[in-house]
Design a protein around this ligand. Structure first.
Ligand code: FAD
Length: 655
């Protein structure tokens, strides 16, 4: 007779790829009783995604992971474009910076997904005090939803019942291709059938150990073939394309001069290739396999694809330069498909994140990044709802905010893939070919989208964006660029100094992912008596608010940044206590008040100008726990204060 145990958890995560691990990281940082299971016996060790965009690095930094990634990764600085000249031979037509300057303190880097998963696992271990682990070789077999319980988010309600099955080591190990001895990622590629149903069937026959979990919420981070999505009956909408791509991670032996730069190479008639220089002398090649075509059913025969077919396609594209290798770390092949999920959640109880709700080509380096950011958007919301702090209705913003990003991603990928995969135009009359100037422009424009920094969440309970607010914000913040504070967008980073000790900080690094909102008071010129009076009255309202008393500091961190000269101002004399509270055991808080002034060793951040904030009058900003700006208003004890309190009344539980 099979053993079946029963247990309860608040959040069950299915799948431990980048999306699942990001979600588990939030659970660890928020102290939530969560479980995370994955059908595979091990994490991945090589290959798959490798690009980390600027926003992802900012996010990883907020959890304390970015420095490890930054040190180990290869940094992408330059992008070279190679196109056929008049003689039909490829030549370098352009060299541009890989990413525009000044929009983030990071730029794009590459490190394989297995290392990033490693850093997540270490961080989860540390913050969960070793209580949250990925349970590997565990497969959900059934999901039952008590429909009548879904609407009630009270603490003792567990509407989800999931049966988990524990697999043997052999079942949990993905099959590798028989055509080569090198590690391949075909088992995750869309060119291979998913094995989930097969595993459930075979394992049931063996009557292995099963377990019943009662959960409040569940998140399907189970990749492109998502079992969770299928249980909910949701579809991915979109189309496969005819473009088949091979991927090789090799140490190249070549006379091609730009092998250590990111390159887009369009050959005259042998297809195109992307070169991504990687860590440890590796280079990733994304190669279009023009000789392999899908059959009538729309699928290509993957057995015809091996590392040697991929390298010979690459050799034709890069000719007359030579390219071979002695060492290949990993390879795969896939057919580009661009699809978005119809629904991202079921009744705010079961959610889908990452590849489970969007698939697209990997060339723009988006999959891992957008997948992590889905989970980054959802994790804190779940955490605060489970803890009974925020209203459960905030969970609805997950779909409204992330589905739009996924849709934009697919549109972007559609345009970019066509330009990348197409044959270069011979001349202006060649209408079926791709114009290389158009490609370059699309690349430069696409870069901003790809950085992840341009995400702009719409009006909701969490983003106080209405016409009046927008007009007000337009007055307070003046510019249009990404360095300015904008409602619905991530809080940008500029250098400010700690008032107490003069140390320079990137302001965004003060916005840790600890599940807290931030009330950021740009206090303006506090040497002006009028401004100082406004600040004091605003602070008095904050200190005496009976609604916020329960939340201040524990769920709302208060940060202040003024624009008067640092040495003309004194922390204890000029700033009300609520802005730098006193603890009988720990003394004054010296880490909450900052200034926009010249530093001793690292120049001037000029943060007020860059943020677009008036230096005299300042303003008040509320950021959500994921650093997105939810409210911007004036620093005054009447309208400004009502705006802040009103924002929190709309989000937190209580009256
Ligand atoms: P996945 O990484 O697919 O993780 C899903 C997890 O769920 C897996 O661990 C799987 O074992 C588990 N699972 C699946 N089904 C079940 C089940 N029924 N029960 C339990 N567990 C289950 N992205 C980039 O950003 N940059 C790149 O350069 C890039 N290059 C890529 C190159 C290749 C060749 C491929 C294949 C992908 C690439 N991607 C890239 C895409 C990227 O790998 C994915 O978008 C990303 O891994 C998605 O993360 P995820 O967590 O949603 O899903």
């Amino acid at each position: 007779k099979p053993e079946t145990s029963e247990s309860k958890c608040d959040v069950l995560i299915v799948g431990a790829g980048p999306a699942g691990l990001m979600l588990a990281t939030w659970m660890a940082h928020c102290g939530i009783n969560a479980r995370i299971v994955d059908k595979r016996g091990t994490k991945i060790f090589s290959g798959q995604a490798d690009g980390l965009q600027m926003r992802s690095l900012e996010v990883l930094d907020s959890f304390g992971i970015a420095d490890r990634v930054w040190k180990e990764a290869n940094h992408l600085i330059e992008m070279c474009m190679w196109n056929p000249g008049e003689d039909g031979k490829i030549r370098r037509s352009d060299r541009v910076p890989d990413m525009p300057d000044g929009i983030s303190r990071f730029y794009q880097i590459v490190l394989h997904q297995g290392r990033i998963e490693r850093f997540f696992l270490d961080n989860i271990k540390k913050y969960s005090k070793d209580t949250l682990h990925v349970e590997r070789g565990v497969l959900p077999e059934s999901l039952d939803i008590s429909e009548n319980l879904c609407g009630d988010h009270s603490a003792d309600n567990y509407p989800l019942t999931v049966k988990l099955r524990h697999l043997t080591d052999e079942e949990a190990t993905p099959a590798q291709s028989t055509s080569s001895t090198i590690q391949d990622g075909l088992f995750r590629s869309n060119m291979v059938e998913d094995d989930t149903d097969d595993l459930i069937r075979r394992s049931k026959e063996k009557q292995g150990t099963t377990e019943i979990i009662k959960a409040k919420y569940m998140v399907g981070c189970d990749g492109a073939h998502s079992w969770t999505r299928r249980q909910l009956g949701f579809q991915l909408e979109g189309e496969p394309t005819d473009f088949i791509w091979g991927v090789l991670d090799i140490i190249p032996i070549t006379d091609f001069p730009d092998i250590r730069s990111r390159c887009a190479i369009h050959s005259a008639s042998s297809g195109s290739m992307m070169v991504i220089p990687r860590e440890n002398k590796l280079v990733r090649l994304y190669i279009q396999l023009t000789e392999i075509k899908p059959d009538a059913s729309g699928r290509a025969d993957r057995s015809k694809i091996t590392p040697s077919t991929i390298i010979s396609a690459a050799q034709k594209i890069i000719a007359p330069y030579n390219l071979t290798y002695e060492y290949c770390d990993w390879w795969t092949a896939y057919q580009i498909g661009q699809r978005v999920g119809t629904n991202f959640d079921y009744k705010s109880r079961v959610f889908l994140a990452g590849d489970a709700v969007h698939t697209h080509s990997p060339k723009a380096g988006q999959g891992m990044n957008v997948s992590m950011q889905d989970a980054f958007n959802l994790g804190w919301k779940l955490g605060l709802v489970v803890k009974g702090i925020t209203q459960p209705s905030i969970l609805q913003t997950y779909q409204t905010e992330r589905r739009k990003v996924a849709q934009d991603l697919i549109d972007f990928d559609h345009r970019f893939s066509r330009l990348f995969s197409g044959r270069p135009a011979k001349d202006v009359l060649d209408e079926t070919g791709v114009n290389m100037t158009e490609f370059k422009e699309a690349f430069l424009k696409g870069n901003l989208f790809a950085s992840g920094l341009s995400v702009d969440y719409g009006a909701s309970q969490l983003v106080a964006k209405d016409k009046t607010a927008e007009a007000q914000v337009a007055q307070i913040t003046k510019n249009e660029d990404l360095s300015v504070i904008k409602l619905g967008m991530r809080f940008p980073s500029h250098q400010v100094l700690n008032q107490a000790d003069g140390r320079p900080w990137q302001f965004q690094t003060r916005l840790k992912s600890d599940g807290r909102f931030r009330l950021i008071i740009f206090a303006g010129n506090v040497l002006s008596p009028t401004q100082s009076a406004l600040l004091n009255s605003f602070a008095a309202k904050l200190a005496s608010s009976s609604f916020l008393a329960k939340y201040i500091y524990s769920t709302i961190d208060v940060l202040t940044c003024h624009s008067a000269p640092r040495t003309a101002v004194d922390l204890l004399r000029d700033f009300p206590e609520v802005l730098h509270p006193f603890d009988p055991k720990l003394g004054w808080d010296y880490e909450s008040v900052y200034v926009d002034d010249v530093s001793y060793h690292q120049g001037f951040g000029d943060a007020y100008v860059k943020y677009g904030v008036d230096k005299e009058k300042g303003c008040v900003v509320v950021t959500r726990p994921d650093q997105y700006v939810g409210y911007v208003g004036e620093l005054d004890p009447d309208k400004g204060w009502e705006g802040v309190e009103g924002y929190f009344k709309g989000v937190f539980v209580g009256k």
